[in-house]
Design a protein around this ligand. Structure first.
Ligand code: PMV
Length: 322
């Protein structure tokens, strides 16, 4: 009744922001992302009949409150699936600095979904495992398949899951993550995206998302960096426009975020294959072709406001570990 799983976070090229069903995390639009190699969550789950409630340790620290409640609520889905009522000891750790502003909920719930179902002897299909991970955190469904991934939004639990559209080796992209602020987000993504419908721009963003998904998918499949850069920056800008025009307004970007985004646009004008995307936080993901990585790292180190740069290549999906 024990299993261990590994999963990577993912960076969205076409963003998920807003739900049709907030409890089930059925998204208002599809999204496309990349799993990030090297940044890893490792989670082991032991179902133990002697436990009186679920236990969670995160990076060696025993957790109570909201993180434990979230993990326990997720394990309830797994227990319902298995028609049993045994509590679990969950030990989870990230090899990337927690609180560095790298969203870890995607890799956390992807690893937990795989470890918990395997501990109970289930072998779910990839779509079923992706749907299950989605219940913990929407974007976690995109950390189950490998490489370049598309979340098919669907309309109900069973048909809202992610699939791989190309393996990690398909395209030599690198994500250079410029850390400008390590503090926790003021408004978590779940609370933030619950406001999306209050923005007059959200309906238009949703209506035009299929076109951007097509452009992004085609750009990836054809290795067309210019087309990729245009649609990725457009989609990130649209999500932040929705955030800023929500009631109450949300501003995740900081002055350093804007400075880096503007600098990268200039580097592209100079002929470099680089572009940016920003999630629900101030850090900037600079996506580039592998042969631009040294240039990007050097220039980022000279850019005021950048505290640290993490890099990640295309990564695999969730897998079992020993
Ligand atoms: O899955 P959540 O609740 O962490 O939401 C993710 C939201 C964004 O990171 C801003 C966008 C995305 O598609 O990953």
């Amino acid at each position: 009744m024990k299993a261990t799983a590994l999963a990577h976070p993912n960076i969205a090229f076409i963003k998920y922001w807003g739900n049709l069903d907030e409890n089930l995390h059925i998204p208002a639009n599809g999204s496309i992302s990349l799993c990030l190699e090297g940044l890893t969550t490792r989670t082991s789950v032991l179902f133990d009949p002697s436990l009186e409630h679920d236990h969670l340790t995160l990076d060696g620290q025993s957790m109570q409150g909201e993180p434990l409640v979230r993990v326990s609520a997720f394990l309830d889905h797994v227990r319902r699936l298995a028609r049993m009522n045994i509590y679990a000891q969950v030990n989870s750790g990230n090899n990337f600095p927690s609180g560095a502003g790298i969203a870890s909920s995607a890799s956390a719930f992807a690893a937990l979904a795989l470890a918990a179902t395997s501990a109970l002897g289930f072998e779910l299909s990839e779509p079923a495992l992706s749907s299950l991970a989605r219940l913990g955190s929407g974007s976690a469904c995109r950390s189950i398949p490998s490489g370049f991934v598309e979340w098919l939004p669907g309309t109900c639990h069973a048909d809202s899951y992610a699939i791989s559209i190309a393996p990690p080796c398909h395209w030599d992209l690198v994500d250079c993550i410029a850390i400008v602020d390590r503090s926790h987000k003021h408004t978590g993504s779940a609370r933030g995206m619950a406001l999306a419908h209050t923005s007059p721009l959200q309906a238009e963003r949703i209506k035009t998302a299929p076109g951007r998904l097509d452009r992004c998918r085609q750009a990836i499949l054809k290795h067309d960096f210019d087309a990729f850069a245009d649609v990725v920056e457009e989609d990130s800008d649209l999500m932040h426009a929705v955030m800023r025009t929500s009631t109450p307004p949300l501003a995740y970007m900081q002055p350093a975020t804007h400075r880096i985004v503007a600098a990268v646009r200039n580097w592209r004008k100079e002929g470099h294959a680089v572009c940016t995307t920003v999630d629900a936080g101030p850090n900037v993901h600079i996506l580039c072709l592998a042969d631009e990585q040294t240039f990007v790292q050097t220039r980022l180190k000279e850019t005021p406001g950048v505290n640290e740069v993490l890099t990640a290549k295309p990564g695999s999906g969730a897998c079992l570990a020993v």
